[in-house]
Design a protein around this ligand. Sequence first.
Ligand SMILES: Cc1ncc(COP(=O)(O)O)c(C=O)c1O
Length: 393
Amino acid sequence: MIKMKFEEVKEMSSKYLFQNYGRIDLSFTHGKGCYLYDTEGREYLDLVAGIAVNSIGYAHPDWVKAMQDQVAKLCHVSNLYYVEEQAKLAEKVASITPGDLDRTLFVNSGAEANEGALKLAVRYTGRSKVLSALNSFHGRTAASLGATGQTKYQASFEPLISDAYQYYEYGNIESVKEMVSKDTAALIVEPIQGEGGVRMASKEFFKAVRDICTDNGVLMIVDEVQTGIGRMGTWYGIQNYDVIPDVITMAKALGGGAPIGAVTTTDDIAKVMTPGTHGTTFGGNPLVTASGCATLDIMKKENLVQNSHDLGARWIADLKGIKSDKIKEVRGCGLIIGVEMDSNETAAAVQKHCRDNGVLVNVCHGNTVRLIPPLIINDAQKDVFTKLLKECI
Ligand SMILES: Cc1ncc(COP(=O)(O)O)c(C=O)c1O
């Protein structure tokens, strides 16, 4: 294939694609480890990882081999049949999820995982209402947009397809108590609000949520789409709070770059999803589940959850140690870190300074520089960002 120059890629994209993304003027041809290479041959240290997807880095040789082998054997068959790689991945997921969360449904994305979990809760409880947090993010499909508690995503799509949602204040247990009722099927919550600006709630909050859900027959769904698979220094973010939910949803890092999502729950809850109640053509096909198996094997072999925990803690300590009135707050856990700047302009300036010096970072919620790098990142690489941040401020 003839390689295209950046301007050609941009022009063709502008002509033929929906213009629903505000894209940065960059296009990449390949990646290796923590680095991406653009159409003009420039190298970038990537601290975005495809928005918390590429945890094992780019082109990991074991992952590439697993994918190549699988493509050569079998890419897709229907869920009309048993799929070996799907069964193997489900077993691997069961081995890392907390408690009795041992039964999995595979889908294609994070939003789809949440939709599956919400359907599951409605069917299991026979109730219709869902509590979701203000400032949350659970996806942008028509129904998951309702769960996403941010008006900026919902505006212009109202009335929302589902009027099932009520929004509690993240971290405020009184607000949950006020809303829970005999109609509540589920409460959905993120271990850290990633898209919401890397916002955290306390262990007490999560424990109290667990108790309220148990006492009221409400399913506690933890959305681990961004935080799952090691991002918070534990396999699942909720493990930081010593709480076992009823349902976990995940996606992003599970496939190491292949599009996959999953809903995991207990035997008892899963049994309401009888044949025909839910499904998707591509869900858990041989290719994506082989990619999931390879990803989890690499994560274990290379101790990446531990690296996320240890390196993340050192990085957060370094960043908290920077004294500047340009930094409002440093938040995070493991390798999801938010550096809240004093303004949107400062955050944009940090992002630009990094990019000009070959480092990619993401800005979320306007003023927060979000670091969600591959979990294979090392200290020297993390220090590159810290130095650039200091320079910029
Ligand atoms: C917590 C959370 N839930 C759900 C989603 C939606 O996932 P997807 O974009 O794969 O549909 C995201 C995406 O950023 C997310 O961060």
